[in-house]
Write a protein that binds this ligand. Structure first.
Ligand SMILES: *[C@@H]1O[C@H](CO)[C@@H](O)[C@H](O)[C@H]1NC(C)=O
Ligand SMILES: *[C@@H]1O[C@H](CO)[C@@H](O)[C@H](O)[C@H]1NC(C)=O
Ligand SMILES: *[C@@H]1O[C@H](CO)[C@@H](O)[C@H](O)[C@H]1NC(C)=O
Ligand SMILES: *[C@@H]1O[C@H](CO)[C@@H](O)[C@H](O)[C@H]1NC(C)=O
Ligand SMILES: *[C@@H]1O[C@H](CO)[C@@H](O)[C@H](O)[C@H]1NC(C)=O
Ligand SMILES: *[C@@H]1O[C@H](CO)[C@@H](O)[C@H](O)[C@H]1NC(C)=O
Length: 361
């Protein structure tokens, strides 16, 4: 109920976001649902809150205009103009305002107690993806969880640490980079597996990763599926669509939907094997596809290019302080050529909170 009311306020403009050239407003709405003591986040750039600032990779976003609508207008390494899904979920569910990256050397004990982000932009479930981008593989992210737990144990003791991790909301979001690099956009050796074969390959990797999180003590895990990959601006550019004829690529969208159905099923199977776990599929496809096809419902005017630059190819260092941005990112579904804008992330987050509350309440 509450979610729908907030949704209504956003659509009717009661909650107003700043544009990149205006003052920031406080978009935090605390609906106070202290269900989770902490939040733990694994995956790729859609949820990396800044780990790549601390590793040797060219996949970065810690310079303007990234972050121009983030509190303090700070480019923190988040790949959008503002907050990401983990930040919105953490703040709307009363955990904390933003989720810090685990590699930040200045984390306080209270940051550790309420959870951190292990995600790394450019990463995937497939090792070939990480090899191409020098990002942190999911295997490394699982190692980081073990370091996190050691630090948490030093603060609250081993028993309490295990309880926090067991009750924490765990969000996993990855896969888009895998399909982009290995199936659609580059001649990767894995292309020979075909759509079906590659989906199954990724699903077995998801399975191993979730099992590993379970073995470390995670019990409440939401695994996000794929977005409509065919609606990402980069895919339209790679398909060499003419400037005025950019549109979603149906085949890539139906592939994404098929993968999501398989993921949903395999998570149900996995949950029944892992005692005491709640492991469930989080759908982002529906919210994104609705924004792409009914943008006017959300006050969005442009869906086929990002706000940064031409919006057709800008990403990471190609979206930099010299790049022009659109006057109002709230009118854009995408911020750069892959990543949704803050307003799109808020809409997705509200849908995910609804899904979380249906499973865990
Ligand atoms: C932004 O808001 C702050 C606090 O309300 C105010 O001090 C500052 O002058 C404003 N800046 C601009 C550019 O409007
Ligand atoms: C924004 O709102 C939150 C929750 O009500 C509050 O804790 C925070 O201090 C506010 N931030 C600013 C900059 O006003
Ligand atoms: C901006 O973010 C960076 C990286 O997270 C941090 O080191 C810096 O202190 C922040 N600056 C401000 C003004 O908040
Ligand atoms: C990926 O790399 C990790 C760590 O190097 C390794 O343990 C794993 O077996 C690799 N996975 C595949 C499918 O090659
Ligand atoms: C996931 O699968 C369950 C049945 O196993 C179904 O009820 C649910 O609607 C599916 N979710 C989505 C988003 O497709
Ligand atoms: C569940 O466990 C059974 C028996 O050990 C195994 O055959 C099956 O593959 C497992 N399924 C999953 C999804 O882990």
């Amino acid at each position: 109920m509450l979610i729908h009311e907030i949704m209504f306020m956003i659509i009717t403009g009661i909650i107003i976001f700043a544009t990149c050239h205006a003052n920031a407003t406080n978009e935090t709405i605390n609906i106070n649902l202290p269900i989770f003591p902490a939040i733990l986040v694994f995956g790729d750039s859609t949820i990396d809150t800044g780990n790549n600032n601390y590793i040797n990779t060219i996949i970065r976003a810690n310079f303007p205009p990234y972050g121009c609508n983030f509190p303090g207008h700070n480019a923190t390494g988040r790949f959008s103009n503002g907050k990401l899904i983990p930040d919105f979920i953490a703040s709307l569910m009363g955990i904390k305002d933003t989720v810090p990256p685990f590699l930040d050397p200045h984390l306080s004990d209270s940051d550790i107690l309420t959870g951190v982000c292990f995600a790394s932009a450019g990463s995937g479930y497939d090792n070939l993806t990480d090899f191409a981008t020098s990002s942190l593989t999911v295997a490394k992210q699982a190692d980081m969880l073990r370091s996190y737990m050691a630090r948490l144990s030093r603060i609250v003791g081993k028993e309490k640490a295990a309880k926090i991790v067991g009750e924490a909301l765990v969000i996993v979001s990855s896969g888009t980079n895998d399909f982009d690099f290995n199936l659609y956009d580059t001649p990767s050796p894995h292309r020979k597996l075909g759509v079906e074969g590659y989906q199954n390959y990724i699903l077995s990797s998801v399975h191993n990763f979730i099992q590993e999180l379970y073995e470390s003590g995670c019990r409440r895990i939401m695994v996000l599926g794929l977005p409509p990959i065919g609606c990402l601006p980069i895919q339209m550019t790679m398909a060499m669509q003419k400037q005025n004829e950019r549109r979603c690529i149906d085949k890539q969208n139906s592939d994404s939907e098929e993968y999501n159905q398989k993921l949903n099923q395999s998570l149900t199977d996995l949950q029944s094997n892992l005692t005491g776990s709640v492991i469930f599929y989080g759908d982002i496809y529906g919210a994104l596809f609705d924004m792409a096809t009914n943008p006017q419902k959300y006050g969005i005017k442009e869906t086929t290019r990002g706000c940064c630059g031409t919006g057709e190819m800008e990403l990471s260092y190609l979206c930099n302080p010299l790049t022009r941005t659109c006057p109002d990112p709230n009118h854009f579904l995408f911020w750069d050529d892959i990543h949704p804008s803050q307003v799109a992330y808020l809409v997705i987050s509200l849908s995910l909170i609804d899904q979380i509350l249906q499973v865990l309440h």
